[in-house]
Design a binder for this molecule. Sequence first.
Ligand code: TXA
Ligand code: MG
Length: 547
Amino acid sequence: MNTKILTISDVLANAKELELAGSIIRNGGLVAFPTETVYGLGGNALDSGASARIYSAKGRPQDNPLIVHICDISQLDDLCHDIPNEARRLAEVYWPGPLTMILPKRDIIPDATTAGLDTAGIRMPSHEIARALIKAAGVPIAAPSANLSGKPSTTSFEHVFRDMNGRIDAIIDGGTSDVGLESTVVEFDQGFARILRPGFITLEDIEAVLGKGKCLVASGVREHVADGEKVRSPGMKYRHYAPSAPVTAICGDSFDVFREMRRRTRGESNCAAIICDEYASRLTCKTISCGKSGDYVSMAHRLFDALRSLDCDDISFILAQCPNENGLGMAIANRLKRAAAFNVVTARHLFVLGLTGATGSGKSVAADLFTAQGARVIDCDQLYHKMLSDDKEMLNAVEKTFPCAFRNGMLDRKALGSIVFADKSMLDLLNTTVLPFVVKKIESIIDCCERSGEHTLVLDAPTLFESGADRLCDEIIAVTAPEEIRLSRICQRDGISREYAEMRVKGGKNDEYYNARCDKVFINAGNFDNFKAQIIKYMEKYLCGGK
Ligand code: TXA
Ligand code: MG
């Protein structure tokens, strides 16, 4: 099908184009048009053939009803009956505007438009082109959002063109949609309104008209509807707004969300984040900024464009900042949660600092300085050794891998030591056996600190990267020292020969390894006061959460 493009910037100057679009609809054809919320895919609401064509152009499930758009309040009583007083009061205040009301329908609206329901969603848009088009068509217009089913709604001509070119008769190019999210959908029930889909008209706005406590929120808006559970609006049960890569919605204070994203994207190259302007430039992955923190109007406006622009094959996962549920936040959170298939996490507040470094570099001196400043420091080596004596799960795994290191079901550490220190591949095998248990333990300690409201935790871990515990850290620092200094420290500390100390230093990681992986590297070259001053300066900035 050859899709006509009709550019309309002014309803008076472009009266001819509007008349043409109106006649296409009157004659059973389909025209995509701008509204203040999103673009709609319009057809004659009173013509079941037109409605059927809408379903097939979108690939929309047959049981998901269409919204009927009107341009004058006088049309309401022709289409619906038994209109509750609450609906009339809301119409008076919020129509024309982004509010759809579910009302008992008259027979004039065919079943094909309402998917067989005896109610219809009615909306009077405020967008001038939308209203002029309804007027020109001379019939109410059934219009779902003008996207392919399952994709984010369309908020610009370019989006519509990508999804609908060749599938419908015409597209009106009328610029971008102001609001960016679809209308609020409400139903009425014994004096109460119930939000089935949150939008620009908020719960607070509805209560301002109907009274406090008079607006409910349907289950499924804020949380996932269980498979098979009956929903009040068919649209609630479909996967929606989803780019091809999986999305995780992250709730919490903006700074916590930023840190959560930084942890999750560390070392990842094919991921993307949707985050407020303040932090977008501080992430190393691809980012789309969605307005200043707390500016929900901007976020609503940009969200679908962001989701669409990330719908490409080279992105493996998407993280999106999820607003709180107040005001317009409820609508944005709803769309994001659905894009994320309700994969929603709360950002951690606790700041976790990873502290690592080669043997002999003086890392434990830094750990002591952190402890002295009141930070909780977990000595991961010590934790591991304790687990070797009392963590049954880990011991079972070690026994399965190294049965010779056990006598009568008890671990013989010397026997284990002689196996793994004689053969590097055995040491690697031991590490792959035990490190996952240690990391799990660290995760549970982090959870515990988070729940008890602590703000900083330091993980002192020589094998931070090998274990994967680096992924739990907000920031990672290393302590290094010149080789000569390390050698003499090791000889002194462990009472071993220089040759043996050299072997250990050679077997460990070099400075480049830490420089490439850590956020900051401190050199502990022997001048303790200097080293201490550097650490204290760093701590002042980071121990209060790293802002
Ligand atoms: O802002 C909007 O509402 C846009 C523009 C084009 O007006 N339209 C739109 O339509 O978003 P659509 O089809 O994408 O979403 C309509 C939603 C669906 O979730 C549908 O299930 C619900 O409204 N709906 C429509 N009629 C209904 C009814 N009779 N009962 C319950 N839910 C209904
Ligand atoms: Mg839609």
